[in-house]
Each structure stands twice: as structure tokens, then as C-alpha cells.
Design a protein around this ligand. Sequence first.
Ligand SMILES: Nc1ncnc2c1ncn2[C@@H]1O[C@H](COP(=O)(O)OP(=O)(O)OP(=O)(O)O)[C@@H](O)[C@H]1O
Ligand SMILES: [Mg+2]
Length: 269
Amino acid sequence: MAEIITFGNFKGGTGKTTNATLTGLALARAGKKTLLADFDPQANATDIYFKTAINAGETEKSFNETLLKAIENKDLKRAILNLGDNIDFLPSSADFSLLPRMMEKQFPDSYLERVTYISKLLKPLDEQYDFILIDLPPTISLISDAALFASDWVLIVLQTQEHSLQGAESFLKYIQEQVINEYQAPRLQLLGILPVLLKNGAPVDQSTLQIANEEFGTDNMFGTLIRSMERIKRYSINGVTNHDQYDRKIVSLYDDVASEIIERVKDNG
Ligand SMILES: Nc1ncnc2c1ncn2[C@@H]1O[C@H](COP(=O)(O)OP(=O)(O)OP(=O)(O)O)[C@@H](O)[C@H]1O
Ligand SMILES: [Mg+2]
């Protein structure tokens, strides 16, 4: 059974896409069969995956079918592409923004039916993967509701700045009140909060981290700190690479994140 983890925060640009991607690659290195699912119509993650595959020496890939079409055809497998050893991805594209409209037509009388539909489509993938990581857009919509409903876990990416902290708080509140209490998500739990430093060593980082520890509890904070790195920034533009010491530093950092996730899932699953 796959562990489904949604990466979230209601603040934009906090590193959700970057961290979902690098964590997925690390889980695959740890031997876990992993699927990276891009549920953002902006398709930033998809762009990174296509470029990452080319960097790894693969021939240029193209869509089998868009995510929206695969949902329409009730078979997500049709849209899945391979990214490397142990790792596949489900690419998104702009048409995915039409999901709410499509679901509205399909289930005109029940919002809850629209929310639960994606979880049913993910079911057949359960046996194929150890981990399914979902990258979300930063806004509340049917897309985030459906992804969270389907998830076992939510990982909150917290950039050390006030707005990201507020985004994380409102995200957690939304999960509890709306997704768990209202929609009755069957499995959703907090996996943890992954802190991403804005400016290495700046006082704002330290104070936000301290507030986060008090607010969310030290147990809920990942022990691995993601620092701001030029190379990581470059991955968003050029795709992920792995050929020099800077890449290797990031590999080692995310291997730590993956180990923590594997432990947390084992302890709390
Ligand atoms: N550790 C890091 N070091 C340096 N730059 C980073 C780091 N993490 C993320 N970034 C950069 O910050 C920007 C936003 O990151 P990303 O796209 O992952 O955020 P997001 O939360 O997915 O954004 P959105 O809400 O738009 O989906 C990108 O340019 C990315 O390269
Ligand atoms: Mg993103």
C-alpha cells in the first residue's frame, strides 16, 4: 500500500514543488517505488521532471495523455511517465485547472462526491508504489481538497518568514476543520513540518524556527533543515542534475529528509 503524502502550504513560493521533487528523488534512491504527482495546473513540477529526465540522459519525453484526460478516462496510469530508477511522474498541464468544472458536471449535487473522486482513481496505483507525493497549488480549491482527502499524510513546507508561518497555520486549521471534520478524510495525518531557511543564519530564520517549534511542537518539526542554496534554485530552471559536489551535497541533504520520512511513516502508520 502506497503512503500518499501531499506537500502543502497556503502561501505561494515556499518551496512545495522543489521539496516534493527532491524528496521524491531521494525516496527512489532509498529503493522506494515513488510516484511524483503534479496537481498544479501551473505545472512547474512537470517542467522540472521533463528537464530532469533529459539531464539524466533520457530522450525527450512527451505527454501520453494529460492528467485531466486521464481523470476523464478514469485511468491515471495512462498519464504516467518514467523519470528514472524507482521513480515515475504524473505530469500536469494548464487544462488541469478545468478539473473543478469537470467534477461539477459529473457530480452536480454533491461537493463531497467531487472531493472523494480522485482518491478512488488513485486506488489502483496503491500496489504499484511505496510512496505517492502530491504537489499542490498554493490556493484552496477542489484540487487541494481532493488531494488532501486522498492522502495519508500532509507535509508542510515552512519557509522561515512570517507569511509562510501564517500560511502553515491556516493550512493546518483548514485540514482539521474542513478536510478531517467536514469531509471525513479517512487517513489524513500530519507527517511533519519541513523548515526551509530563507537567509542562512539570519535572525528572522531563527525566530521563525523558534515560533514554529512552540506552535507546532518539536516532535512535528523535521530535524533536517533545508538551507537556501543557489544550486537548488537552478534546479527550478534547468531541472535536477547530479554530477558535481554541489549536487552531491543536495543528494545527501535529501537522503536525510527521506530517512526521516521513512522513520516517521513507520512509527506512526
Ligand atoms: N532551498 C532553496 N534554496 C534556494 N532556492 C530555493 C530553495 N527552495 C526553493 N527555492 C526557490 O524558490 C522558488 C519557489 O520554490 P517552489 O517553486 O518550489 O515553491 P512553491 O511553493 O512550489 O511555489 P508555488 O506556490 O508557486 O507552487 C523557486 O525559484 C525555487 O527555485
Ligand atoms: Mg509549486
